[in-house]
Design a protein around this ligand. Structure first.
Ligand code: NAD
Length: 250
């Protein structure tokens, strides 16, 4: 006979059951099991020879718009084919089980919403939305252009771009303020699938910890945030999160 070892120690289960506000910070790792490459994985093969700034910065968009569009078209295609995995679904369920729940994501793929999460703070925008550089007009149709060029806004004629935060750009102010407030007031924060090196998002677990929240990291690899966390659960989010929800809210 085998008995399954519980994922969480009893005091962590008690803490999570009592928590009035749970915040979650997710990164590219939670979508890895949906087939969307993490930033590091995405930079293999065809794209390995490019510096990320050559693909995803305002300068790159100005100087080499065709290359930036080709890179985002490749990523958009990956996202369009992807479906939420058990990790996304477990978080949508968790939202219905705790009194207050804030899901902060660095992802641009929209998979949390597809899984049923209601309140998602998208720190870095959404790759499936397109806007123009001049006025941020939201655009869903545009005229095809020759290879190497970027399409233009049908309203003002300026170049179109994905509605994401590029390297060197500020995060949307209101969204970041809400993420900050959640980090300052939560009783527990789950930090899932993020390498913890992209700021200011990477500062949020530290802020939560300083305010007395219990911080739990879920990641198969150690990261700089492992030292901040009270507990690290090493493994894929798609396996750990459903088990966590089952144990805490059976
Ligand atoms: P990152 O690529 O830097 O790090 C991914 C982390 O996920 C790593 O620490 C890795 O060990 C971990 N990981 C891998 N597989 C996992 C799994 N199955 N379960 C749990 N963790 C797993 O990602 P980041 O920290 O989010 O920063 C990269 C930036 O790139 C972000 O700003 C994000 O906007 C962007 N990005 C987004 C997507 C997306 O929307 N899906 C994909 C790639 C990059």
């Amino acid at each position: 006979m085998t008995t399954e070892r519980p994922l969480l120690p009893a005091e962590v289960v008690r803490w999570l059951r009592k928590a009035q506000h749970v915040a979650v910070l997710t990164g590219a790792g939670i979508s890895a099991e949906s087939g969307i490459p993490t930033f590091r994985d995405a930079q293999t093969g065809l794209w390995a020879r490019y510096d990320p700034r050559a693909l995803a910065s305002p300068e790159a968009l100005a100087n080499n718009p065709g290359l930036v569009w080709a890179w985002y078209a490749w990523r958009r295609q990956k996202v369009a084919q992807a479906r939420p995995n058990p990790g996304h679904i477990a978080l949508a369920k968790m939202e219905r089980l705790v009194p207050r729940f804030t899901l902060i994501t660095q992802n641009v793929d929209g998979l949390h919403q597809q899984a049923g999460s209601q309140h998602v703070l998208e720190l870095h925008g959404n790759i499936m939305r397109t806007v123009c550089v001049a006025h941020r007009h939201p655009v869903s149709h545009w005229e095809p252009v020759a290879e190497g060029e970027a399409p233009k806004c049908p309203i003002c004629g300026s170049v179109l771009r994905p509605d994401v935060v590029l390297f060197g750009e500020n995060l949307p102010h209101d969204v970041f303020q809400q993420a900050l407030e959640a980090s300052q007031t939560c009783d527990a924060m789950l930090v899932i699938g993020t390498s913890g090196v992209v700021y200011p998002a990477a500062a949020l677990p530290d802020i939560a910890r300083e305010q007395g929240a219990l911080v739990i990291e879920i990641n198969p690899q150690a990261t700089p945030l492992s030292d901040v966390a009270d507990l690290t659960l090493r493994g894929p989010a798609g396996e750990i999160l459903p088990a966590l929800v089952r144990q805490v809210w059976p």
